[in-house]
Design a protein around this ligand. Structure first.
Ligand SMILES: [Cu+2]
Length: 354
């Protein structure tokens, strides 16, 4: 209701201003004046536009630096540094062009202000000028696009042969990781094999699954190439690692992947950000349902020996077979965040193809 009243007041104010201008015009006509504005008024308006330009540019510089606090900290992956540099290059070009065009716009408004008796100069076209202002932006944009495409092809190209393979498995509303083990090969999985005990549908008969380990947290050894193989059980989710500048959709029925190499451990990042509570995080970046906001996974980047120590303590997907009993699926350890997520969701047992 208040919004409607404010709108009505604004409309009435605009109508009033319009009527006042109309009255002033009529007064001028009655007095027999020819010009709307004399040279003095015109100069004043020119100076106001220069003041507006200076204040606007100062405001832009201030707010640009002020907004830095909302940006992510330094990229913690090799390719992330390149994509950040590319982004800053785009910003730099945009800022330079913006400043030049604004100075020209307001500077010309001042320089070519109305003066009594002065006629405007008829200047219909200039081919050389038009060629320059068409060709220069075209070449710059083409350079940016070609470099951006090359960057994207490199980032999404084949992973290094020695990359550590980890499956990231998403479902409403949590993530599970499966490490490929010593053979660095994930055991085959199939949605038909999904049960409460075997939520990723891993095939117990595939020898490659024998050493696979399943975890609720994602630990990554620093300075090691990692290949994420991404699956979804139900709908489209998105694996988003903001600090590592990595994102890839998790699509039911197909495998997507993303490889990267982290360069900064969680402990070093705590020092860089000056925040001892800093933690890397994997978020779902597709609005996927009521508990989407809580679909996250704790990520820890650590030195290789610390990673190995943690890795030794993780459970295999299947407890090894014994003479008395066949291999059985291990219980996946739950974390606090997944417990909450499961509490908010009662329909996650839906089994979909993948
Ligand atoms: Cu999701």
């Amino acid at each position: 209701m208040i919004k409607l009243l404010v709108l009505i007041v604004v409309i009435l104010a605009l109508l009033t201003i319009w009527r006042i201008i109309r009255v002033l015009e009529l007064v001028r006509d009655l007095r027999g004046e020819e010009d709307y504005m004399n040279d003095n008024d015109s100069k004043k308006n020119g100076i106001y536009s220069i003041i507006f330009l200076v204040l606007g540019l100062l405001g832009m510089v201030y707010f640009t630096f002020d907004a830095k606090k909302y940006l992510l900290p330094v990229a913690a992956s090799k390719h992330g540094v390149l994509t950040d540099d590319y982004l800053y290059l785009n910003f730099a070009i945009i800022i330079v062009v913006f400043i030049i065009t604004q100075i020209l716009l307001f500077g010309f408004a001042y320089k070519y202000r109305h003066r009594k008796g002065q006629m405007s100069y008829f200047y219909p076209d200039n081919h050389k000028l038009e060629l320059i202002w068409t060709a220069v932006p075209a070449v710059v944009l083409m350079g940016l696009i070609v470099y951006g495409l090359k960057l994207w092809t490199d980032i999404t190209g084949p992973a290094p042969k020695d990359a550590m393979v980890i499956e990231i498995y998403g479902k409403q509303f949590d993530w599970t990781a499966r490490y490929a083990g010593e053979d660095n090969k994930l055991g085959h999985s199939n949605f038909k094999l999904i049960t409460d005990e075997n939520p990723l549908g891993v095939d117990v008969n595939d020898p490659a699954s024998k050493d696979d380990k399943i975890t609720r947290d994602l630990y990554l050894p620093v300075n090691t190439p990692v290949l994420l193989k991404i699956h979804s059980r139900d709908i489209i989710h998105s694996v988003y690692l903001p600090h590592l500048r990595a994102q890839m959709n998790a699509v039911p029925g197909m495998e997507t992947q993303f490889h990267f190499e982290s360069t900064i451990t969680t402990d070093s990042m705590k020092q860089i950000t000056g925040n001892d509570k800093f933690s890397y995080i994997l978020l779902c970046n597709k609005i996927c349902g009521v508990a989407h906001y809580n679909m996250r996974m704790n990520v820890v980047v650590s030195k290789k020996d610390e990673f190995m120590k943690w890795y030794q303590g993780q459970s295999l997907v299947f407890a090894p077979a014994t003479p008395e009993a066949p291999a059985t699926p291990a219980i996946i350890p739950a974390t606090d965040s997944t417990k909450t997520a499961q509490g908010a969701n009662t329909t996650s047992k839906v089994i979909a193809s993948r």
